[in-house]
Design a protein around this ligand. Structure first.
Ligand SMILES: [Zn+2]
Length: 338
């Protein structure tokens, strides 16, 4: 195994107005991701939280949207007959249909629940089990008629900081015959690692992180949950599904574990006064060295005088500046997975 956790310690010296202009040193750590070699910058200070935002007015003003129960079966698109002759794919509360504004070959929306708005502590494991089951069903049915569509992502953008135009909780299921940038980087790095070591990076990483204990959260139903050594998003929590590269073969057990991990992470975000997030499940078929990965990140919460979390560091230097040390995040979030 050749997994290295490399880091640079940086330090800034200054005379602080908060300490009567005495000289202080402020440390920063730059970490290099063991697989992709991408850098993250971990800062030791963070802006104070402004408390929880009250969504009552926002939810009231926008309810009755296309995804609300009175409209979802009347005003949303239907699948072509080859994919779903019944038009829309349903499981429990979840309803899946094609996106009216797709961004690729196959783009679907899965409305998670009849509720127009949910706070992060109101999402349940069952809501995600139903939503992910519909997502997997969409992928299976599409791949059955178009096997060249090997690259899929199941994602959630929640609230406007996460890039969502609609408040109503929903997933995006997107498939193409070509990978996204991130997928290509994951495939290339996983396959080079496999060539050099004859092992799967994701299994090796889970084994090492489990031994180190500082960033490994828990194993649930075939999914290893951990905090990234060098995150690419804020409060990043990851899971890797043993024995699967693609979502097409996910069973009830893995879907339940993914749902439980998502809900546990959202409850933690809620307690930290965060309210917006993104997650993506990267589903890639036909790559033996790749193992299904989910990444969940928080976004700057909606609050008065909103502050975007992408500075020139993230947008133009491709370097995340995280304000929580990954090992601290792991110890804080671990109890939420119990
Ligand atoms: Zn709605």
């Amino acid at each position: 195994m050749e997994i290295k956790f490399e880091r640079f310690h940086l330090q800034a010296d200054l005379r602080s107005p908060l300490k009567e202009f005495a000289t202080i040193s402020v440390p920063t750590e730059v970490r290099i991701d063991p697989l992709t070699k991408r850098r993250s910058r971990i800062v030791t200070w963070g802006l104070p939280s402004q408390g929880k935002f009250d969504f009552t007015q926002m939810a009231e003003e926008s309810k009755g949207c296309f995804f609300c129960p009175e409209n979802v079966f009347l005003k949303t698109p239907q699948f072509i007959n080859e994919i779903a002759p019944e038009g829309r794919i349903r499981r429990g509360r979840a309803v899946g249909f094609p996106n009216l504004n797709p961004m690729g070959t196959y783009g679907s929306v899965v409305v998670l629940c009849p509720d127009h708005f949910l706070n992060l502590n109101q999402f349940t494991q069952e809501i995600y089990e139903e939503g992910l089951s519909v997502s997997v069903d969409i992928i299976r049915r599409t791949v059955a008629i178009d096997p060249d569509t090997r690259y899929w992502h199941i994602s959630q953008n929640f609230l406007s900081p996460g890039g969502s135009t609609i408040l109503h909780p929903h997933l995006q299921v997107i498939g193409d015959p070509i990978p996204t940038n991130e997928m290509e980087w994951l495939i290339d790095a996983s396959s080079s690692y496999h060539e050099r070591n004859k092992t799967v990076y994701w299994n090796d990483l889970a084994q090492i992180e489990r031994g180190i204990e500082k960033r490994y959260i828990k194993s649930i139903g075939g999914v290893h949950w951990f905090v990234s050594f060098a995150p690419i998003g804020f409060n990043e929590v990851c899971g890797t599904v043993e024995g699967h590269g693609s979502a097409t073969n996910l069973r009830k057990r893995e879907i339940s574990s993914l749902s439980r991990g998502i809900v546990s992470t959202l409850k933690y975000y809620h307690d930290k006064n965060l309210n917006s997030f993104n997650f993506t499940i990267y589903s890639i078929s036909g790559e033996t060295s790749y193992q299904l990965l989910i990444r969940i990140i928080s976004r700057t919460p909606i609050q008065p005088y909103y502050l975007n979390d992408w500075t020139s560091f993230e947008a133009l230097q491709s370097e995340l500046t995280s304000d929580i040390v990954p090992e601290e995040l792991c110890s804080e979030i671990r109890p939420y997975f119990d």
